[in-house]
Design a binder for this molecule. Sequence first.
Ligand code: HEC
Ligand SMILES: [Cu+2]
Length: 325
Amino acid sequence: MAIALAIAGCSASGHPMTTLAPKSNLAQWIQNLFIEVTVWDAIILAIVVCAFILAVFVFSSRVGEAAPASAASSDLGLEIAWTLGPTLVLVMISVPTIRTIFRSQPALAPAGALEIKVVAHQWWWEFQYPDGAKTANELHIPADRPIRLLLESADIIHSFWVPQLGGKRDVVPGQINELTFVATVPGMYPGQCAEFCGLSHANMRFRVFVDLPDDFAKWDRAQLAGPAATPATDLLASNGAKIFANSPCTTCHMIRGISKGYIGPDLTHFGSRTTLAAGVLKNTPENVAKWIGNPQETKPGANMPALLLPGPKMNALVAYLEGLK
Ligand code: HEC
Ligand SMILES: [Cu+2]
């Protein structure tokens, strides 16, 4: 029963944080290594169990039997066998392991790689594209193209982990770590900070959208530099734009053409994201209002102060933010 439950917990389909459903070359190499080592382990386990059963049931002395003669105190053949055996086993396991470690090191950037800067913050993720596009907590990448992530931290140690796209990589202040891979299957893959980084560590999630190349190009064009959308006809949203421009929000948030803050996520295209606060809330008007009114309630420790606005003003501000597609 316990084993059945444990195995059910590993089912590859259905669990988004599974490491057993690789969707990139890197994740596939790790999976192959895992299977290879498991097969060798299983063979060794079978040999050991057989030897054990033979020793217990076949070669043990029976009641009334004389004790078996002990082996010669030094038997060169045996000594060599039990030195070479384990050595061979270690070689069998270390060769593919070391090969995979070297393969996963991005020392040489593959030709045509898309370089994206990833900045980890307590407790959210920033993604900066070479063409100037910038987003938070939702990384879009094209399928079938090498991706090179340059991982930086704005504060303390974090770890970038998307189970279906590859292994964890630490994000360390004062240094740039890299992760390269080619995502092979379009889809949405959840990620999570994998290094304890304080109060809302568990709330430091993100999403990776692997898009078909055309969809990615479209997304990228829409996110590109240039002033943010201005609410043209929507009265509520244009009121919201004024409220934002005259609020303390501008000290921490960038909305291109409006404000230059950089402590919090760039909100220029906030309305195009599916979630907010690092994957913790779905991006709906109710949730945005809830977040602004009390970020700490959703995310203990969040580095954003609450701003209590009277209802109509809050509605206007939310309408403006949601209109920033
Ligand atoms: C002291 C700096 C600061 C101020 C002032 C501030 N914020 Fe934030 N804001 C942040 C930080 C930091 C985050 C990221 C929190 C997290 O996810 O852990 C954030 C997150 C957000 C998000 C979610 C963004 C996303 O993509 O996940 C929205 C929306 C937002 N703030 C709106 C506002 C509005 C509107 C105001 C003004 C009423 C405001 N903020 C004031 C720092 C600030
Ligand atoms: Cu973290």
